[in-house]
Structure formats: structure tokens, C-alpha cells
Design a binder for this molecule. Structure first.
Ligand SMILES: CC(C)(COP(=O)(O)OP(=O)(O)OC[C@H]1O[C@@H](n2cnc3c(N)ncnc32)[C@H](O)[C@@H]1OP(=O)(O)O)[C@@H](O)C(=O)NCCC(=O)NCCS
Length: 155
């Protein structure tokens, strides 16, 4: 599968139901909120923007991004791939796609995200894309950062 087999598309009137219907496994529910909660947050908090992950004409996941007003870092959150589509490289490629797109559109201060320390799938996905844990914590999650360049410099 090439990165181009996956696209990130706006959540819109045609696909929002597919986003709401995305499911993670029961064990993973401890790590993320339901998609409907993320979409509602994006609709009302004026901070986060959601994107749907499309693969072979279907919506198979979602993620969202925001700029941290304190340091300009581009934050990723709500990254999830439907349980039926996991472990096929979609999560990693979707995040890679998002980083490239956001860097092109001005995310020059690097990227930040957080995940529960027990979340091995998240840790592996992000580590492979150059994210390094910084020692910061946010609630019960660890923070990882990466520079704007794909080699992970300037984090
Ligand atoms: C994290 C998530 C988006 C990864 O999506 P995915 O499409 O399955 O990921 P990929 O197939 O691209 O795999 C990426 C890496 O994660 C690893 N991985 C995927 N699922 C895993 C699992 N259940 N347990 C351990 N590692 C896992 C893969 O092996 C791969 O690492 P590797 O190349 O070092 O072997 C997906 O597991 C998910 O939606 N989880 C629930 C929501 C969540 O926790 N989101 C992150 C919140 S911070």
C-alpha cells in the first residue's frame, strides 16, 4: 500500500456518520474518546479541526489537529483507526500524511501529541515517524514531540 492509497478528507455532511460509527476495540476505549465526542469538540471549541481517513473509498479512521497558542506546535489528537482496519499500516500512513500536509501549510514549530504509556500501538506508530517522548506529562498521558522536518530534528 502506498501513502497515496490513503487520503485525509474534511469531515462533511456526506461522511460525518461514517466517522461517528468508527469503533476501536474494547481494550482501546480507555485510550480515546468516542468519535462523536471529538467531532462535537471540534464543532464548538474553535481549536481543533477534524479530518477523516479514507481508504479504498471508505472512511476507516479519523484524526484532528490544532495549533498550541503557547508555543505554536501543531498538536495531533483523536487519532484512531476502526478496529476492522487496524494493523494494515493505515494509522502510520495517515499520520505521516497529516504531518506532511500540515508542515506544508505552515506547521513550522514542530508537532506534539500525547498517549497513554500503556498504548503500545500509539507509541510504535508515532516513534516510527520520529516522535520522541520529552518527559512532559499531560494528565495520565506522556507527551512526544517531533520537529517539522521528517528527520525529526528541531523538536
Ligand atoms: C494507534 C492506531 C491508530 C494505529 O493504527 P493502525 O492502522 O493499526 O497502525 P499501523 O498498522 O500503521 O501500525 C503502526 C504500528 O503500531 C503497531 N500496532 C498496531 N496495532 C497494535 C496493537 N494492537 N498492539 C501493538 N502494536 C500495534 C504496528 O505493529 C506498527 O508498529 P511496527 O511497525 O513497529 O510493527 C490504532 O491502533 C488505534 O486506532 N488505536 C485505538 C485508538 C488510539 O489509541 N489512538 C491513539 C491515541 S494517542
Amino acid at each position: 500500500m502506498t501513502r497515496d492509497a490513503i487520503s485525509l478528507v474534511p469531515v462533511d455532511r456526506d461522511n460525518w456518520r461514517e466517522v461517528v460509527d468508527l469503533e476501536v476495540t474494547p481494550e482501546q476505549r480507555a485510550f480515546v474518546a468516542p468519535p462523536a465526542r471529538y467531532l462535537t469538540m471540534c464543532a464548538y471549541d474553535g481549536v481543533w479541526t477534524p479530518l477523516a481517513i479514507r481508504f479504498e473509498g471508505r472512511i476507516v479512521g479519523m484524526l484532528m489537529w490544532a495549533i498550541d497558542p503557547d508555543d505554536g506546535a501543531c498538536c495531533l489528537g483523536g487519532v484512531l483507526v476502526d478496529r476492522r482496519w487496524q494493523r494494515r499500516g493505515i494509522g502510520r500512513r495517515a499520520v505521516e500524511h497529516a504531518l506532511a500536509r500540515l508542515a506544508e501549510h505552515g506547521a513550522t514549530s514542530g508537532f506534539a501529541l500525547s498517549y497513554h504509556p500503556d498504548n503500545q500501538a500509539a507509541r510504535r506508530t508515532y516513534a516510527a515517524l520520529g516522535f520522541a517522548e520529552t518527559g512532559e506529562v499531560e494528565g495520565d498521558e506522556v507527551v512526544a514531540r517531533r520537529g517539522p522536518a521528517s528527520d525529526g530534528t528541531d523538536a
